[in-house]
Design a protein around this ligand. Structure first.
Ligand SMILES: N[C@@H](CCC(=O)N[C@@H](CS)C(=O)NCC(=O)O)C(=O)O
Length: 258
């Protein structure tokens, strides 16, 4: 059995999609990142970077004690090695897949995350329109460039790393499918090969199942007060603020007798 520490976001869907694709048994444990669950001591022991997703595999590859892992790509790569699925075991083909996995982790995810921040959150946090415009231009521009990289690759290959569906597709799709919402409806007309691939991957039943895990958690309506508390927790996380959030999580666990 694999425990998945989860909140419905693109980085976590990579893991649930991979688990569904591989037919592995798993249980989902809630990490409400808007409520501060990522600062709880038990979670930090598994994921010291106070980010989900994370897993504990109680029957790990190679045997031995349960294995705890954080970072979505490390988890997906581990599951690929465990099952022998969606990642060649050796040779050039393996590294071709891995280069696209690391490309996603270092490029598509962070740039889309920052573009989303400047378009949808900073507008509520920053008064100076020049600061906002700079951030939006910088990160939306980068996302646009990355769309071109994927479109060119997908114009000559069915999948990101070549002929075969792989973990490169599994880690990239949860972000890529949000492009229209992040940029605008013109994105697919400008990048038709990317659109073809987004639709083909979306048609896989395991992808739909993984993407829909606990979808309702992310659709909960928050009060203005809850929304403000969520923003205060998630943005501007200096070391000092993270320490304070950890201390508050510990106090709250104590109050609840945990
Ligand atoms: N590189 C990490 C990123 C994980 C990440 O940023 N997770 C976010 C949600 S998508 C999170 O847990 N945020 C909690 C916080 O900011 O405190 C991965 O791919 O696993």
């Amino acid at each position: 059995m694999i425990d998945v520490y989860y909140w419905p976001t693109p980085n976590a869907w990579k893991v649930t999609i991979m688990l569904e694709e591989c037919g592995l048994e798993y249980q989902v444990l809630e990490v409400d990142i808007g409520a501060g669950d990522q600062f709880k001591a038990d979670f930090l022991r598994i994921s010291p970077n106070n980010r989900m997703p994370a897993i504990i595999d109680h029957a790990p590859l190679g045997g031995g004690a349960p294995l705890a892992l954080f970072e979505s790509a490390a988890i997906v790569e581990y599951l690929a090695d465990k099952t022998g699925r969606f990642l060649p075991t050796s040779g050039a083909a393996r590294y071709t897949v891995l280069q696209w996995v690391y490309w996603q982790m270092a490029n598509l995810g962070p740039m889309m995350g920052n573009a989303n921040h400047f378009k949808n959150y900073a507008v509520k946090l920053v008064d100076d329109p020049a600061q906002l415009a700079y951030g939006q231009r910088r990160f939306v521009g980068e996302v646009d460039r990355l769309c071109g990289v994927m479109d060119a690759q997908l114009s000559v290959n069915p999948f990101l790393a070549g002929d075969q569906y792989s973990i490169a597709d599994i880690v990239s799709w949860p972000w890529a499918m949000l492009l229209e919402r992040l940029i605008d409806e013109t994105v697919w007309a400008r990048f038709p090969h990317l659109k073809r691939w987004v639709d083909e991957v979306a048609a896989r039943p395991a992808v739909q199942a993984g993407r829909n895990v606990r979808r309702e958690w992310g659709e909960r309506q928050l009060t203005d007060e809850q929304e403000a508390a969520r923003r205060a927790l998630l943005f501007n996380q200096t070391n000092e603020k993270v320490r304070a959030a950890r201390a508050e999580a510990a106090r709250s666990a104590q109050r609840q007798g945990k």
